[in-house]
Design a protein around this ligand. Structure first.
Ligand SMILES: Nc1ncnc2c1ncn2[C@@H]1O[C@H](COP(=O)(O)OP(=O)(O)OP(=O)(O)O)[C@@H](O)[C@H]1O
Length: 381
């Protein structure tokens, strides 16, 4: 059930509290990840609520994702910010990896787009601003998120959006053309086309979200990555003046269009967050007040209801492994596979030492989002 009385700002957990799921009471499945579910849990000792992301080691191995899971866990330990979903700690047992995170009760933006289809201008601008603050923080720390989409933006009970899922996030490096994960529909053309990319990819996805909140559809729709790619390459998406909903500032359309520019060098945001925050659509917007969470959010989810699809949408059948997958895993114990071998018995780059880092607490310190893009620009992301 929904619950508004959940303390979303908690103290870090003590090391002794974190090593076993027996310390938690499972309440409800609130989301599905690539390797398992996200649960609302209650810590038995102090009755505080958390989100617990449970990831099956077998699934991780079968999807050849050991390195990226460890990468996410490592990034999470260094990330702590009021517009991010922060990790409290991580632990593991024989079959699963567990991430304990702040629990947000407002549901993700995808759930609310599904219900409402569109948002008004004030709401859309507020969502965009929350995303910009989160991106500014990540980029200033050298991290490209690379999977900005409504599923990865979750509302807290006061209507502020926070960013999650660093599953395919990467520390920026000049040569990253072969690193082309993402979600078609939100993926920038340079990633689709396997080119080197920088922070502009995250601003492209922001443009898609603004477009979607305004018009109730995405700029490039298609049934497959290939179809979306072909559309992208054949024409530049743009919101036409007559498409802008009545009452909206035309600058909202310009903002989305500038973010959606196919060439990164023409795209708003590629030179850092200042140019995004200074766009005329945000004229008179009080960024400081937003960062201090002093603005009354224009969309406040009803936390007395469940802001996620009922559990039958999260049923267990998807979690089971096929007979073939079981056979693969029987060749070796899960533990051995995870500690350095893939399902074909080939040694992976991931070593036992890598795995050891999974179980520990977040080491990040709370830091304020940067107020200027100077660091970002100097890092030439
Ligand atoms: N801390 C949280 N509080 C509330 N809901 C959450 C939280 N974290 C995740 N969720 C919900 O669970 C869903 C899946 O989580 P997440 O994005 O981490 O999985 P994922 O994208 O598949 O990750 P991965 O690909 O690494 O498995 C989200 O879309 C969101 O609805």
């Amino acid at each position: 059930m929904g619950n508004c009385n959940i303390n979303e700002k908690k103290e870090d957990m003590l090391e002794s509290d974190i090593t076993s799921i027996s310390n938690f009471q499972f309440i409800d499945a609130i989301g599905r990840g690539g390797f398992g579910k996200v649960w609302k849990v209650k810590k038995k000792k102090n009755t505080l609520f958390y989100a617990l992301k449970v990831m099956s080691k077998a699934k991780i191995i079968l999807k050849k994702s050991v390195q990226s899971v460890l990468n996410e866990r490592q990034l999470l330990s260094n990330v702590r910010h009021g517009f991010m979903i922060n990790m409290q700690c991580a632990f593991q047992d024989k079959e699963y990896l567990y991430l304990v995170m702040d629990l947000l009760t407002g549901g993700d933006l995808r759930f609310h787009i599904g219900r409402l289809r569109r948002f008004n201008e004030e709401q859309t601008k507020f969502f965009a601003a929350c995303i910009i603050i989160a991106l500014e923080y990540l980029h200033q720390n050298g991290i490209l998120h690379r999977d900005i989409k409504p599923e990865n933006l979750v509302f807290d009970s006061s209507g502020y959006l926070r960013l999650t899922d660093l599953g395919i996030a990467r520390i920026w490096k000049p040569e990253n053309s072969s690193d082309t994960s993402g979600t078609p529909g939100y993926m920038a053309p340079e990633v689709m086309c396997r080119q080197n990319h920088g922070i502009g990819v995250d601003y492209f996805a922001l443009g898609v979200i603004v477009y979607e909140c305004m018009l109730g559809r995405r700029p490039y729709m298609g049934r497959s990555r290939q179809e979306i790619r072909e559309q992208m390459l054949s024409k530049q998406a743009a919101i036409k003046r007559q498409e802008i909903p009545p009452g909206w500032d035309i600058q909202a359309g310009d903002f989305a269009n500038q973010l959606l520019q196919r060439k990164p060098q023409n795209r708003l945001g590629s030179n850092g967050p200042d140019e995004v925050k200074e766009h005329p659509w945000f004229k008179d917007f009080d960024w400081e007040k937003l960062e201090n969470k002093k603005i009354l959010a224009p969309f406040i989810p009803n936390c007395n209801q469940d802001n996620y699809l009922p559990s039958d949408g999260l049923n267990d059948s998807d979690d089971s492994l096929s007979a073939e997958q079981h056979l693969l895993l029987r060749r070796n114990s899960i533990q051995n596979l995870f500690n350095g071998y893939d399902q074909d018995g080939n040694q992976q780059q991931c070593s036992q030492n890598n795995l050891m880092i999974f179980s520990s607490q977040s080491s990040a310190r709370q830091s304020k989002a940067p107020t200027s893009s100077s660091t970002l620009k100097s890092s030439k992301l």
